[in-house]
Design a protein around this ligand. Structure first.
Ligand code: HBI
Ligand code: FE
Length: 276
């Protein structure tokens, strides 16, 4: 067990759930896990991940060897988009999560998965959170989108529509695809940090790929226990930001009138959504 494991951490978490990274305490074995995962993913991502993601990896120098030190990457990220990464021990409550995002702070798990669990994760670790999420935060449009999502989360919570809003995060930030000039690429953190889902998301005939439609996304259930059966494809990050800057009030009112979610399997028949 690592000294950076949250369960044996003697630190009292702050009100915002943040903890110190204490980078010196990561062991050589833990740095080696990062390096293994980094190498495995960066071998398969060129031509599959969106160019903006690959550029973000380089801008932050995330492949310089070992688990990134926040004291090194935060000044770079802050200079690019005003975002920073903070460390948290586990998943944090929704309101805390949204408050961080609304203030351009990304909460990342501090621990790293064990060498025998490279493909298995109960909770987001530092590899998923930093390798998967942080490169996209170097892109100003995406950085603004994430902040808009955080603000939207605070509002959704007060209106009782968190379930619908969380689907937006799931189908974009975690499992989003984008089509640029006829070329289908990955930008979702849950995909780029997964060796299995990277090729599957783009080519498997077990999955459907639909044009992004905000209301449709919010009506669609998702699965957390297996590769996705459905992906939503955006045209541009501007499209995503624009959709999120609109007032969700009228959409939430429609949800309140019509309580049925589409569900993943049920929606296939009579579906008018555009297949990519
Ligand atoms: N906490 N640390 C952490 N990371 C997340 O991705 C996260 C969270 N708390 C809540 C949460 N995600 C989701 O419920 C929101 O997207 C809705
Ligand atoms: Fe994530």
């Amino acid at each position: 067990m690592s000294v950076n494991d949250p369960v044996i951490d003697e630190q009292t978490p702050a009100a915002d759930y943040t903890i110190e990274q204490r980078w010196e305490r990561y062991t050589d074995d833990e740095h080696a896990v990062w390096d293994t995962l980094y190498r495995r993913q960066t071998e398969m991502l060129p031509g599959r991940a969106v160019e903006e993601f690959m550029l973000g990896l380089d801008k932050l120098d995330l492949g310089s060897g070992g688990i990134p030190d926040l004291r090194v990457i935060n000044p770079k990220l802050e200079a690019l988009t005003g975002w920073s990464v903070v460390m948290v021990p586990h998943l944090v409550p929704d309101d805390v999560f949204f408050d961080h995002l609304a203030n351009r702070r990304f909460p990342a798990g501090r621990f790293i998965r064990k060498p025998d669990q490279l493909d298995y994760l109960e909770e987001p670790d530092i590899f998923h959170d930093i390798f998967g999420h942080v490169p996209m935060l170097t892109l100003p449009t995406f950085a603004d989108y994430m902040q808009a999502y955080g603000r939207g989360g605070q509002r959704a919570q007060s209106l009782g529509r968190l379930k619908e809003l969380a689907r937006l995060y799931w189908y974009t930030v975690e499992f989003g695809l984008i089509e640029q000039a006829g070329d289908l690429r990955i930008y979702g953190a849950g995909i780029v940090s997964s060796a299995g889902e990277t090729p599957y998301s783009l080519t498997s005939d077990k999955a459907r790929r639909l044009r992004f439609d905000l209301e449709r996304v919010m009506r669609t259930e998702y699965r957390i226990d297996d590769f996705q059966r459905l992906y939503f494809v955006i045209d541009s990050f501007e499209q995503l930001l624009g959709a999120t800057q609109q007032d969700f009030g009228p959409i939430y009112e429609r949800f309140a009138r019509d309580a049925t979610a589409y569900g993943i399997e049920a929606e296939a028949e009579g579906d008018v959504s555009v297949e990519v």
